[in-house]
Design a protein around this ligand. Structure first.
Ligand code: FES
Length: 323
């Protein structure tokens, strides 16, 4: 009986309330003064954002295709410049200059609002100018983000570090200069630095370039097991500094007094100095290990040839390289 009574009261309330008109809401007060739409400015901003996205993509393409430093800087600089112009136009032409606050209104007619939202979602989203600006801004942001992350690839191989250990030197490979001419033992003069590469191999492989010098045989004091690695006092070492990987490009062997201390290979980056007469040992500087030595021999026609691979790992020291 009590339940029946509750149902009766609820029905009476519904009947009474049905005849009443819905409470009319006053029209909302404008928050800021009416702001004139500026379709041209909106299109200009959208175009600038697209241009910024294209320049960011151009940065990635240039980086992937060989990374010309000046072109990279130009693409990135223009991208940021375009974004700056788009921001300025947005600030002056598309943003209302007034600030106002009002409490967030209570949500009336939630059922009707939900119906309208459903109709809008089912009828597809038209490309309004606001949406266009959002899409172009998102494209520019995404492309610029990828462009800024792209140089991370230059930090080196992550999954295949074995390529750092590959070397093109084998027994019998001839030494050639940067023009591809075969180096002969007679070409190597005392106190002169030569750069050589393995014949027929990719000169850009880390282990390809070597430095070749002739030291007086009487001065040679190579480690045990390398006695026959230096025909006529000619020695060869990796050109890649064992400190941080710069090219060992200097040979300290003055032709005038004072000519001491003795000749040495020098890396110009932080002045690591290596002794060619004692197996590339470190005489000075931050390098932590000797330059890897390449065993040499003289072929039947006087050409210089390798007797095998390097004495150690080529390149800067990283985890595990001293094993
Ligand atoms: S890279 Fe050669 S001394 Fe630092």
């Amino acid at each position: 009986m009590r339940r029946l009574g509750r149902w009766a009261i609820a029905g009476a309330v519904l009947l009474v309330g049905r005849g009443q008109r819905r409470r009319q809401l006053p029209p909302p007060e404008p928050v800021v003064d009416a702001w004139e739409p500026a379709p041209r400015a909106e299109l200009l901003v959208a175009g600038l954002l697209l241009l910024a996205a294209a320049l960011a993509v151009a940065f990635i393409v240039i980086y992937a295709g060989g990374a010309d430093t000046q072109l990279l800087g130009l693409a990135l600089g223009l991208c940021f410049g375009t974004l700056a112009v788009a921001s300025i136009v947005t600030a002056f032409r598309l943003t209302p200059p007034e600030e106002a606050e009002e409490p967030y209104p209570e949500r009336f007619h939630s059922t009707e609002v939900a119906e309208v939202e459903q109709i809008a979602s089912e009828s597809g989203r038209p490309l309004t100018r606001r949406r266009l600006l959002g899409l172009t801004a998102g494209s520019a942001g995404l492309a610029l983000g990828v462009a800024l992350l792209a140089p991370v690839a230059s930090l080196g191989p992550v999954f295949d570090t074995n390529q750092l250990r590959r070397e093109p030197w084998r027994r019998g490979v001839r030494l050639v200069d940067s023009e591809g001419r075969v180096l002969r033992a007679d070409d190597i003069e005392l106190d002169t630095l030569h750069t050589a590469f393995p014949e027929g191999a990719n000169p850009e492989i880390l282990a390809s370039p070597i430095v070749v010098v002739r030291v007086e045989p009487a001065r040679l004091d190579l480690p045990v097991g390398r006695r026959n690695w230096a025909p006529g006092g000619i020695v060869a070492y990796s050109k890649v500094c064992t400190h941080a990987g710069c090219a060992v490009a200097l040979y300290r062997a003055p032709h005038f007094e004072p000519s001491r201390p003795r000749p040495a290979l020098v890396c110009p980056c932080h002045y690591s100095t290596f002794d060619p007469a004692t197996g590339g040992t470190v005489l000075f500087g931050p390098a932590g290990r000797p330059l890897p030595q390449l065993p040499l021999a003289v072929g039947p026609k006087g050409e210089l040839i390798a007797l095998g691979g390097f004495s150690g790992a080529v390149g800067p020291s990283w985890s595990g390289v001293r094993e």
